[in-house]
Design a protein around this ligand. Structure first.
Ligand code: SAM
Length: 197
């Protein structure tokens, strides 16, 4: 589901970049990337996350993807210059990723899955295109944050089958992921580094 203008303001601003830099540094400490890694980001938005992954974790190449062409257009502008030899941008829906099985060494999700109505299908797709032994880095939010009595009037999200800590962890395990590290604010959201297999 695409963002409304309020959430576009929330994610497309310098404070979000500061927050993501801390998150990516924590992810790097839990499990660094290797310089030959091929990486996918789902729901990349305007591309600040992929830019930081390149700067902080130094993979070979990133495919930055998003459902919304407007976001991909912003990302192409964001990457113009130094990054554009190592970042490829595509419109792609997380529930039908246009890649073969076991393509990527690592996959990143910064706050995209909770926008996907069939998030379980998206998790299966992530598991499918990730290599055995590959890493899934994620930041996700729970409905108490994005569907509380204030935010439900400001933001637009799917309303059915929303995941919280317990069912999210169960679905990740069912897709074959195991946690290498996690930081969780109960009821609010989670940062995680997981291995497939
Ligand atoms: C909250 S924004 C996060 C953007 C960026 N990752 C960040 O952290 O700043 C969620 C992003 O997920 C994208 N999105 C929503 N549904 C999607 C889907 N089914 N497949 C891929 N991307 C999706 C939205 O267009 C939006 O850019």
């Amino acid at each position: 589901m695409k963002l409304n203008w309020v959430e576009r303001l929330v994610v497309n601003n310098p404070l979000r970049v500061v927050e993501q830099r801390f998150q990516i540094r924590w992810m790097h400490k839990v499990k660094p990337l290797s310089p030959t890694d091929l990486v996918l980001e789902i729901g990349c938005g305007r591309g600040a996350g992929s830019h930081l992954i390149l700067k902080e974790m130094h993979p070979a190449v990133i495919h930055a993807t998003d459902l919304d062409f407007k976001m991909i257009r912003l990302a192409r502008r964001y990457f113009a210059g130094a990054d554009n030899q190592r970042v490829f941008t595509y419109v792609a829906d997380a529930v039908a990723l246009p890649y073969g099985d076991e393509t990527f060494d690592a996959i990143f999700d910064f706050g995209a899955l909770h926008h996907v109505p069939d998030w379980r299908k998206a998790l299966k797709e992530i598991a499918r295109v990730l290599k055995e032994g590959g890493t899934f880095y994620l930041e996700e939010l729970y409905p108490a944050l994005y569907q509380n009595f204030i935010t439900k009037h400001l933001l637009v999200h799917p309303t059915q089958d929303r995941f919280r800590s317990e069912d999210f962890r169960q679905a990740l395990t069912a897709c074959g992921f195991s946690f290498q590290g996690s930081l969780e604010l109960k009821g609010i959201g989670i940062l995680g580094v997981l291995t497939k297999g």
